[in-house]
Design a protein. Structure first.
Length: 191
């Protein structure tokens, strides 16, 4: 077992658990995990996944700031997206995976370039959704995590594949908890 991968997994789990609880410190754990995972993914030729970690580090700073200094769940309320935002997000992922995946396939040694790019672009969108507290982010993560399990097993990252299996369960729990909190917000705001 690779110590770097294990450390990244532990920090990544901590990130998700703290995000479910809407605790601002999730962004610290997420940023540290991303820094370690950048190295892990680079080692196994998942170039887009490695690049994604740099985005995660930047989003950790953004999430830390947007969730507010007082760390109260009310600092940034949970929101829902209109359907057109979902259509735009999914269109971006599909088109981007086709374009960038094609380039990676032709010009690099990237492993599984279309799947790697698709999960990476979907994760970009979904991480931004987490930082903005969009409720549906948890549903997006379930889909991304399911595809990622195959990707990581294919590259011999068994521990990371197991992490993403746990992520599916945690994402379902996160959706339930945020949905409950969202419903309370609506009652309290009179919506």
């Amino acid at each position: 077992m690779d110590l770097l991968e294990l450390t990244a997994v532990v920090l990544a789990l901590l990130y998700v658990v703290l995000a479910i609880k809407e605790h601002r410190s999730c962004w610290l754990a997420g940023g540290m995990s991303a820094g370690i995972y950048a190295v892990v993914f680079w080692r196994v030729d998942l170039l887009m996944e490695a690049a994604l970690q740099l985005f995660y580090i930047a989003m950790s700073v953004y999430g830390w700031r947007s969730w507010g200094a007082d760390n109260s769940a009310a600092a940034l309320p949970i929101q829902r997206w209109p359907w057109r935002n979902h259509v735009a997000a999914l269109s971006f992922v599909v088109l981007g995976a086709w374009l960038v995946g094609g380039l990676l396939s032709s010009y690099t040694s990237a492993a599984m370039p279309f799947m790697d790019t698709g999960t990476t672009l979907a994760a970009l969108v979904t991480t931004w959704m987490v930082a903005r507290k969009v409720l549906a982010n948890w549903l997006y993560w379930i889909a991304i995590d399911a595809v990622s399990i195959y990707l990581y097993l294919n590259r011999g990252l068994d521990l990371t594949a197991a992490l993403f299996g746990a992520y599916i369960v945690l994402a379902a729990a996160g959706y339930w908890q945020w949905q409950t909190h969202f419903a309370h917000q609506q009652v309290n705001s009179g919506a």
